[in-house]
Design a protein around this ligand. Structure first.
Ligand SMILES: [Fe+2]
Length: 332
C-alpha cells in the first residue's frame, strides 16, 4: 500500500516534469510556427528570437545551481568536459586517487583566469534538458545534441569560425555578444562535415552584425554562417542545440549500400587501366547510367528511409527513470 502511494507520487512528479517541459517547448514551437520558420529561415538565414523565454521560464529549462552540483561533483570528465584556453581545447586535470575524478578546483581556477568551460552532451546529465531535446527532436525530425559553454567576463572562447551543424543557441545565464559575419571568402552554403573551417581560406569580407543575447534569448544559425562570440562585464552560460541529422547524399549512399547487397553488378571491381583514356571513361559512363537507373526504386527508397528512421530512434535512450525500481518491486 505504502509502495503504491510512493509510486503514484513518483508518476505524478514525472508527469509534472514532462508538463513543465512540454509547456516550455510549446512556447518555442508557437514562436517558430508564427514566423514560418521552415519556409523562411531553416537552412537559409539566421533568426534571433528576443525573449524566447522570460528569465523565470529560462530557469525552468536550465538551473545554474543544478549545474554547479554537477560540475563540482568532479564526475564530468573527458569527453564530457573540456576547457578552451586561447582558442585551443585543453584537457582538464584529474585528482590523484585510485578512481580519478576531475580536478574541479583546477577547472574553476582556469575559468577565473579567462578559460571557457565546455560540456558536450550536457543533456545526458540534466534530465530537463534531455526532455527538452526530445521535444525538439520530435518537432524538427532530426537528432539533437546539447553542448554547454560557460565563459567568464571579458573573454572569447573561439576565434571566428563556422560550425558544421545547424545550431539553436539558448542563452541560459548572463549575456553574450555574437558577431555574425555577413560574408567571407570561399564560402559555400551548408557545408557538410568534411568541409571544415580553414582560417587561411575563410576570411571575413564584411562588417559583422552584432547581436546581444541575454538570458532567455535564442539564436538560430544555419551551418556555414561565420560567427564569434564574446562576453563583456557579465559571465555567460549558453547551450547550443546542434542538429546532427543525415544529409540527402547520405540517404543515397545508404540506398547504394542496400542495392549492393542484392545486386551483384554493384559489387563488380573497377579495373583501372594504366592510362585513364576517353574510351575507358565512356565505357564507365555507359555502365554508370545503366546501373544508376536501378536506384530509381521506391521500395529501395522506403527501406533506406526506414534505416535512417531506425538509427534516429536508436540514437537516444527512452525515458526509463524508475525502470530499475519497477523491476525491484516486481511491477509489470
Ligand atoms: Fe560556433
Amino acid at each position: 500500500m505504502v509502495n503504491n502511494m510512493k509510486n503514484n507520487d513518483k508518476r505524478k512528479n514525472a508527469a509534472f516534469k514532462q508538463n513543465k517541459l512540454d509547456e516550455l517547448f510549446s512556447k518555442l514551437k508557437k514562436q517558430l510556427d508564427d514566423l514560418n520558420f521552415f519556409s523562411k529561415y531553416w537552412e537559409k538565414q539566421r533568426l534571433y528570437i528576443n525573449h524566447a523565454y522570460s528569465i523565470e521560464s529560462s530557469k525552468k529549462l536550465f538551473n545554474v545551481e543544478n549545474f554547479d552540483s554537477l560540475l563540482t561533483s568532479g564526475s564530468l570528465m573527458n569527453p564530457h568536459l573540456d576547457i578552451v584556453e586561447n582558442g585551443s581545447k585543453m584537457e582538464s586535470l584529474y585528482t590523484n586517487s585510485p578512481s580519478p575524478t576531475t580536478d574541479v578546483l583546477d577547472v574553476l581556477n582556469r575559468y577565473k583566469t579567462g578559460a571557457t568551460i565546455r560540456v558536450p552532451h550536457i543533456e545526458l546529465f540534466m534530465p530537463d534538458l534531455q526532455l527538452y531535446c526530445k521535444s525538439l527532436e520530435n518537432y524538427f525530425g532530426i537528432p539533437i545534441r546539447a553542448n554547454l559553454y560557460m565563459t567568464p567576463p571579458f573573454s572569447q572562447g573561439f576565434q571566428p569560425h563556422f560550425d558544421l551543424d545547424d545550431i539553436l543557441v539558448f542563452q541560459a545565464h548572463g549575456k553574450k555578444i555574437w558577431s555574425c559575419h555577413t560574408s567571407y571568402s570561399n564560402s559555400q552554403p551548408l557545408p557538410n562535415r568534411d568541409m571544415t573551417f580553414n582560417e587561411s581560406l575563410h576570411r571575413s569580407t564584411g562588417i559583422p552584425d552584432e547581436i546581444e543575447l541575454n538570458q532567455g534569448d535564442m539564436l538560430y544559425l544555419p551551418r556555414g554562417f561565420m560567427h564569434e562570440a564574446r562576453t563583456e562585464e557579465q559571465d555567460s552560460i549558453h547551450i547550443t542545440f546542434a542538429f546532427i541529422g543525415n544529409y540527402l547524399g547520405e540517404l543515397m549512399q545508404q540506398m547504394i549500400r542496400a542495392k549492393s547487397i542484392e545486386d551483384v553488378s554493384f559489387r563488380n571491381l573497377i579495373r583501372v587501366p594504366q592510362k585513364v583514356n576517353d574510351e575507358f571513361i565512356l565505357d564507365q559512363f555507359k555502365l554508370f547510367q545503366s546501373e544508376f537507373k536501378k536506384l530509381n526504386d521506391k521500395k529501395l527508397l522506403i527501406n533506406s528511409l526506414n534505416y535512417v528512421k531506425h538509427s534516429f530512434d536508436k540514437h537516444r535512450n527512452p525515458q526509463l527513470k524508475g525502470g530499475l525500481m519497477a523491476i525491484l518491486n516486481n511491477e509489470n
